[in-house]
Structures are given as C-alpha cells and as structure tokens.
Design a protein around this ligand. Structure first.
Ligand SMILES: [Zn+2]
Length: 409
C-alpha cells in the first residue's frame, strides 16, 4: 500500500487546506496519541479520547491495516481474557534522508522514528549542478535500501537539506549563492521520478535544527542551532516549531553585520557580514597573514587540536564576533539552548568560549539566566536526522494518515 499518492501540488497546500477539516474522532487524530510508541489498549484510548469503544475499535482496525500500528501483546489482566495492546510501529516504513553540503553529502535510510538503519557519506560537489548530484543521491539511496533489505515501495518519503535558501513549499532553491544551476530547480520533481513519494526540501541549517532538537533536546521549546562552517547560518525552533519566516530566509545569520566588526567584503556584496569576518575561510585568511596555510575547515580544526596557538586565538576571536551577533538574537528570541555545529565547530571549546564570553556579557540578564550554549551532540548527523523528522512529521500527520486509511473524516 502506498503511504501517499505522488505529490502533485506544493506540500503546503494540503497541510493548510486540510488542517481545519481533521475531525478529532478520525483515525489520523487517534494515531497522534499513539505516536509516542507506548502500548495502549482499546479501553485506554476510549478513556483518553471520550470516543465510543466501537469507534475506537473501528479506527484501530483501519490503522492496523496500514501497518503503522501493530499489536504489541496483552496488558495485565485482573481476571478473564487480557486486553490486547497496540503501539506505533516506526519500522513499518522507511525514510530516505539526505544532507547535501557544498563538497560532501550524507545519505541515510531511517525508520519513521528517526533511527538510522544505514548511511553513507560521499564526496560530492554541489556546484556540479542538480541533475548529476541528485542522480548520485538516488543511486546511493537505492544501494542503502538494498543493504537494509527494504524494497523501494517501503519508502514513505524523502527529506533533503540543501546548502542554500530554499522555498520550502515548492522545494526549489532560491538564488543560492554557491549552487550554480540550482536556482529554481524543481528538486522534488527530479527525485520523484525515482521515488514517487512525498519529497520535502529545506535549507540545511533548518533540518539540522530539527534533527538536534528531535534527537537531543525534545523537551526544549526554544532552541537555536548555529552552523559555523564556510558559511554561517541558524535554524530557529520557537515554541517547539521550526520558524522559516515569510520566504524561508529566517536565520540567515551569516549576512548580519558584526557590530563594530572589520569591514571585510562579503560574497553577498555587503561589507562586514558575520560570514566574511568569522566563517572558516575568513579565519584561514587571517592565519595566512601570519604565515600559516590553512587549506580547509578540517585543516583548521586539526591545527587547533594539535595545540597551535595562532589558530586557537583566531578561532576564539571568530567566536567573539559570532557571539556579538548571537547576543542580539538572544535578546530577540530568548532561546534556552544554543547549539553550535558545523565543520568549524569541531574546533570545540575555544570557539564556544569566545561565543559565551560575548553572549553572556552583552545579552540581557533575564535572557541568559538559564541559557545554555553547547556543542552539537549528533556527530555530524543532525542534517539527516532532521530530514527524517521533517518527513515523519508530514507523513504521520492526521491529514496524511486519514488519506492513507481512505477516510475523509
Ligand atoms: Zn554577506
């Protein structure tokens, strides 16, 4: 059974149009109670929802038929035949999760609970253009599905992160500065030729924020994920929800001017942007002036790990510049956790120390009272975890579950 028909309209339209139409007694609504994976009996569900036992029983039958709900055994009985229990079965279907960077990619097959079943990292230049890059992604995804022994018909959806601005509703990159040939390209249509399933695309930092939130900080409602690599960007989770802004450009920290910072020219055409002052290449340029060649972000991290003083000081200073911009964000958004990730963030405590030094001095005391500034804990996996979470949120939504069980109510 196909989880959903091939996408024929922008993903936002069924969501927005359908949300008001979902009735609380529908199978999709009942399923939301079961998303936590806890086994429940029909009586538990009837008591929680106030629905008639017969309605609950009918909805359970519908959900069992999808495979997304599975019998889990029997509850303890006080006498007589013990009642059957049911729980969400995240392994019923799989997700292809893709995190495309500038020079590398990570592709994973996960279950609907975000557990990685298989993954692969590959060297891949985004500048080669959309067709060769996406064809390679499809090839790797098919190999991973074979590896875990799942047929392509088990794929419930595909989530993709791109290193540039994306119009999330259409899945098209919008004037991405470092992705020649990608502007306006219909990514879901191309991938949909191989996998006729819902395909969701977003900016890589947004999906990293989702992934880190889901995997490490599920109980935190206000979180900022800051990616520090060649570029600098942030994904904003506010009140538990990813904030994309009006055009999907929210969180583009890299092109905020550093208060009192150097007037370095930026690739966006402005002067003194955070990225031009504190991104990986900016730190490398500062070190070159001191006679140190640093060809890549990885080389920078290696230098710091080996205890090189100049590199350590340069990264700490970059941390202070990033902190100056983040201090403003903290005053504006009042996050309780700021997660620092990305290739340069692997430099560790020296970068964090520079960031903390400025944020805790320059933000308002009430905003920093319980603020934690921490390193990413997902070990480079935040992107694929977030891509998987984005797909699961969509395909397990009440609307999509109702469409799957074929019930209009
Ligand atoms: Zn700029």
């Amino acid at each position: 059974m196909a989880l959903a028909a091939p996408r024929t309209a922008p993903l936002s339209s069924p969501d927005q149009a359908g949300r008001a139409a979902v009735r609380p007694n529908s199978a999709g609504s009942l399923f939301q109670l079961l998303r936590d994976g806890q086994p429940r009996t029909r009586a538990d569900l009837a008591a929680t929802t106030g629905l008639a036992r017969s309605t609950v029983a009918a909805r359970i039958e519908d959900l069992l038929a999808t495979g997304l709900l599975a019998p889990t055994g029997e509850a303890a009985s006080t006498g007589g035949r013990p009642p059957a229990t049911f729980a969400f079965n995240p392994r019923a279907r799989v997700v292809v999760a893709v995190d495309l960077g500038v020079s590398h990619a990570r592709v994973a097959v996960t279950d609907l609970g975000g557990h990685v079943l298989a993954e692969d990292t590959l060297d891949l230049a985004i500048a080669d253009g959309p067709e060769p890059v996406l064809d390679r992604v499809v090839e790797v995804a098919r190999a991973l599905l074979r590896e875990v022994g799942r047929p392509e018909s088990d794929v419930a959806g595909m989530g993709v992160g791109l290193p540039g601005p994306v119009e999330h509703a259409s899945g098209r990159p919008t004037s991405p500065p470092i992705m020649p040939g990608w502007d306006g390209f219909d990514v879901p249509a191309r991938l949909g030729e191989a996998f006729p399933v819902p395909i969701l695309v977003d900016n890589d930092v947004n999906i990293m924020a989702l992934g880190e939130h889901e995997a490490v900080w599920p109980d935190v409602d206000d979180l900022l994920f800051v990616k520090i690599a060649t570029g600098i960007g942030a994904g904003i989770i506010s009140d538990g929800t990813l904030q994309r802004g009006a055009q999907g450009a929210a969180g583009d920290l890299g092109h905020i001017a550093v208060p009192g910072g150097a007037q370095a020219p930026c690739r966006c055409g402005n002067l003194g942007c955070l990225e031009a002052v504190a991104g990986g290449p900016a730190v490398a340029a500062a070190l070159r002036e001191q006679g140190l060649e640093v060809p890549s972000n990885a080389a920078l991290v290696d230098l710091i790990r080996s205890g090189n003083l100049e590199a350590t000081l340069a990264v700490r200073q970059a941390g202070r510049e990033i902190g100056a911009v983040l201090a403003t964000c903290v005053n504006l958004l009042n996050p309780s956790v700021i997660v620092i990730g990305g290739a340069v963030a692997a430099a560790g405590e020296h970068l964090l120390a520079g960031i903390r030094e400025v944020v805790y001095t320059r933000s308002l005391p009430l905003a920093t009272q319980h603020l934690r500034i921490v390193a990413s804990r997902t070990a480079g996996r935040a992107g694929v975890l977030g891509a998987a979470a984005m797909v699961a949120q969509h395909v397990l939504s009440p609307e999509q579950i109702n469409a799957l069980v074929g019930s209009a109510d």
